[in-house]
Write a protein that binds this ligand. Sequence first.
Ligand SMILES: [Zn+2]
Length: 484
Amino acid sequence: MSKQRTLVRNGHVLTMDPDLGDLASGEVLIEDGVIVAVGPSLGVTDAEVVDATGHLVLPGLIDTHRHTWQSLVRGICGDWTLGDYYFGIRLGISPAYTPDDVRLGNRYGAIDALNAGVTTILDFSHCNNTPEHADGAVQGLLDAGIRAAFCYGFFESAPEDTRFGDHAARIKDFHRIADTYFGSDGRVTLGVSLSEIFGLPWEHSVDELAAARERQALLVNHAGCVFGSVLATGILEMEALGLLGPDMVHVHCTTFGDAEWEALARTGGKVSISSQTELNMGFGRPVFERCRQHGIAPTLSADVISLNSGDLWHELRFGLSAARADAAQATNLAGRMPDNVVTTAREALRWSTVNAAEAMGLGDKVGSLSPGKRADLILVGGGALEQHPRVDPYATLVFQTSAADVQTVIVDGQVVKQGGVLTVADRDALTAEVDAASERILGRVRDAGRELPGTPPGAWAAIEPMARGFHQVAVEAARSARRG
Ligand SMILES: [Zn+2]
């Protein structure tokens, strides 16, 4: 059978590969979904041509933490705190999702990502209320044509009305999902979304970690985002028991002290920063400076589309602004003005390409336009006012670009958006379906008599006894591990 060959021609190519660098006018040759050559002129005449004249050509963006299912309640958390989010979304809206809703939410959310040039997402999937919900979540990602790590979450959204029985049944269902969908090395790979350490008996957390390791699944961990209480991050306890590792993406980390940072650095832990949710929902300052101090490469995530857009260009802007503001503040407080910016736009683009691929264990597959890697790439440009003139391509990308400027998107060699138009979905049909599903979900929340966001008075204090229980067990376990 002849190979499927595609030549992306005459674009300004930003490879993000240190050896290849940038080509003011270059070509990328794709063969059966693999990048086989990058150069100024490849002399190829027998390939299908994608004309990139006037466009930047670069690797697709990578999001390292997104609760994709929440795309069906886009923007509902506009004025909610993190506490409101926990009670409103995790305990209020999640129980009202059907398996079909999860499937549609994941499909729609993944297509929304593709539309913005985000070709890979780490799907932190914690609406698995029944086995069918988990099937729906995987199916939605598969249907969308995106590259993703489906990270199975064990969270119980309706403790008074559980549909799983117990935690062991959830672990068993994770293995069923692993066997059903993840036998071969496909575009969608397997992960585990660790339940919040403070939300579970400690031995359940240990079971989740073991299940992930048994399947060599990527681990993602909401860590250190609640201030002023006994809610432990679990980082030091996990380290004492040898449970931290380079296969873990730790999200937020805004409450970490030096000891937690040192533990992450020692064990090769990865970090995902969601500047928009952190800054808006009141859970701390993005940790770019801490990452820099500890030699950890930052990555970015849109987190919740129930608050902010899934367009990762916005996250890049917020992130770079936060990183620069933090660095400048230290200088300003010392009575000086900064001589230069702490991070360049070019360096920031690494957060959502090379660094993110590495964090997800996909460094040999995506993240740069290097021969041998899978062909996930995007063409940015077109006639929009904000794309002209383009003096510094990296500044244009980070400070001036949005989803509308992403003209063509290729995943695994397959075109999913071309000339500004999605080819994987009928946009009008999809948005009509999404609007109707969203109305039904919120209707079920109302019918169940649940107020939104529904935060009880003294909400965090109410969680504390549970957290204290965890803490004692974990601390004791870590202590005896140190003795042993
Ligand atoms: Zn999250």
